[in-house]
Structures are given as C-alpha cells and as structure tokens.
Design a protein around this ligand. Structure first.
Ligand SMILES: Nc1nc2c(ncn2[C@@H]2O[C@H](COP(=O)(O)OP(=O)(O)OP(=O)(O)O)[C@@H](O)[C@H]2O)c(=O)[nH]1
Ligand SMILES: [Mg+2]
Ligand SMILES: [Zn+2]
Length: 292
C-alpha cells in the first residue's frame, strides 16, 4: 500500500493512506541502511497483522521530490518562513538562510510576519518592504486571526510548511488554519527572561486543510548552519542579485570588493536592501569553512 508519513516520533511513524492513519516502524533493511524517513515522505507499507503495537511496517520510501534537513521535511511545494519582529526579535540572517535553502532546492518561499499587533505600522511596513519585491509577503495576528485568510489563499493547493524560530507563532497559525473540529495544536509562551520561544513543538506534523492543501507545522529553532556549498553559489540564492547577473564588470563577480559591480551600485541606491546584503556577507563568511 502507498501512504504518506504525516508524523514521526522516536522511530514510530504515522502513515496516512487517504482514508486512515496507521502507526508503525520501518522494516529492518531500511534501518540497517540507516535510511531516514522524513515527515512528508510517500512510502510503500504493509499492514502488520502480528499482535503488538505496530499497525504497519514501512517497506520503502518513494523517491522524494525534495527535502530539507532543518526543519526535517520532504515533498514540499512551499515554505512559509514565519518571523515576528519582536518577542522573539527577528534575526534576519537566519530568515535569509532559510530562504536561500528554498532557492537552492526549488521550494517556493513565502514570508509571513507574525505578531503584527506588537509593532507600529511603520515598523511592520519597513519589514514587509525588505521582502515584498522578492517573495509573497503576508502579516498575521495570531490573537485575532487577521491575515490568516490571505495566507490560506497563498498556500491553497500546495504542500506548505511553516518554518521559523521558536515562539514566533507557527502552531498558533496552524490552529487558525485547521478547520476540522477537535484538533488543537499545543502552543507555548515566549520566555520573558531570554525573549525566546520554549521549543513547544517537538515533531513535524502534517495537517490536511482541504483536499489538496497540506500544512506542515514544524519545530522552531534559533540558529541555522549554511549547507556545504561553494562560495560562488551563494549569490545565486538571492533572486534580487540574480536579476542583475551578468551586468557586473567581472562575470564571476561575488559583489563584495570588485569594481563596477551592479549589485553594489543597486545597494547604494537602496534598490537592494541592506539587511539582505548583510545576510549575504554573513553567509559568504560562513561558507568559507567549507572551501579547501
Ligand atoms: N501578541 C501575540 N502573540 C502571539 C501571536 N501569535 C502567537 N502568539 C503567542 O506566541 C507564543 C508562541 O506561539 P507558538 O504558536 O507556540 O509558537 P511556535 O512558533 O509554534 O513555537 P515552537 O513550537 O516553539 O517553534 C504563544 O504564547 C502565542 O500565544 C500574535 O499574533 N500576537
Ligand atoms: Mg509550535
Ligand atoms: Zn557584482
């Protein structure tokens, strides 16, 4: 039988086949080969008739369209990158790394600014402006549900995951998007002492919102490492740089110290956002450790 892994906890997987959800483990050969199973995976499985806790056994993972390791999810069309401006305070390089990760493997990013009630309109606008020419941008209020319909319109018909730092309100948004009665995902407070979330969500879980719309709620994180990529590849992960590609004096320009660089010209005119460019410099510095 074919189903989809909708949740995984400590080696147990919940597989949904379109009608029901069964719980089970991976077959021995998968475990021996240390093959990972991601939430989002399409799997071939058998019903396990033996007595015991397992209702199914997973035979194999159907080839993935794509996967991310942080958060660990597969077969996504869209990643909704969620951040609040305060409580917790936004860390732009972390957000931009998530976005770059999507660019790298062809997942469509969406920016969702949460907790819009906590900042003034001007602050909210300036944050939207960083991204509005690059990605779809929505802002939401988890207390009132404002903005949720707009987000739903963007993710409708897709496999979309919410990703971002702990405490920004991903599970709160999930609860607004789930229409089915009786499902209430746990949410947690933001620590007053550290200003950070408490890592309330521990596992990825997929919720069916409509026939063709699936939402992955994922655990938050505080930092994010760059993948092992070449420094020359990083510039390609910024769509606003890519648009200008080929116009710099040097074809291999990485837009840092070279003369006649159109990216730096655009930066000085304010056409490329300073915060984005700063994240780029941080990423370039970070991938240095991978260079031989
Ligand atoms: N003021 C305000 N608080 C919000 C809003 N959305 C969520 N919160 C609160 O923020 C806290 C964290 O929300 P969660 O939904 O648990 O955050 P999360 O992103 O799922 O966090 P992790 O599961 O740890 O990754 C909770 O106390 C929420 O009630 C909002 O729009 N405004
Ligand atoms: Mg959560
Ligand atoms: Zn350049």
């Amino acid at each position: 039988m074919i189903g989809r892994v909708v949740k995984g906890i400590g080696g147990f997987y919940f597989v949904h086949d379109g009608h029901m959800t069964v719980m089970g483990k991976a077959r021995g050969n998968l475990k021996r080969n240390k093959e990972l199973i991601y939430v989002g995976d399409i799997v071939d499985f058998d019903i396990d008739d033996n007595d015991g806790d397992n209702e199914c056994v997973i035979n194999k993972v159907v080839e993935r369209k794509n996967f991310l390791t942080r958060p660990p999810v597969s077969n996504l069309d869209m990643l909704v990158v969620v951040f609040s401006i305060i409580e917790p305070a936004v860390n732009y390089p972390v957000i931009d790394k998530l976005l770059a990760g999507c660019e790298r493997i062809g997942i469509k990013p969406v920016i969702c600014i949460s907790k819009e009630d906590l900042v003034d309109d001007e602050t909210l606008e300036s944050n939207k402006n960083i991204y509005k020419d690059i990605y779809p941008v929505v802002s939401v209020n988890g207390n009132t549900g404002a903005g949720i319909d707009e987000l739903m319109d963007i993710i409708r018909g897709h496999n979309a995951a919410l990703a971002g730092p702990s405490g920004v309100g991903k599970s709160t948004i999930t609860n607004h998007l789930i229409v089915e009665d009786g499902i209430d995902v746990q949410t947690g407070s933001v620590s007053e002492k550290t200003g950070r979330g408490r890592h309330t969500t521990r596992h990825v879980e997929i919720f069916a919102l409509e026939d063709n719309t699936f939402l992955y709620d994922t655990p938050g994180f505080t930092s994010l490492d760059m993948p092992e990529i070449d420094a020359g590849e990083v510039r390609n992960l910024f769509p606003e740089f890519r648009k200008l590609a080929g116009e710099c004096r040097y074809r291999d320009c990485v837009h840092i110290n070279e003369p006649d660089c159109v990216v730096k010209d655009a930066l000085s005119r304010g056409e490329i956002n300073k915060s984005r460019y700063n994240s780029y410099l941080i990423m370039m510095e970070e991938v240095k450790k991978w260079q031989k």
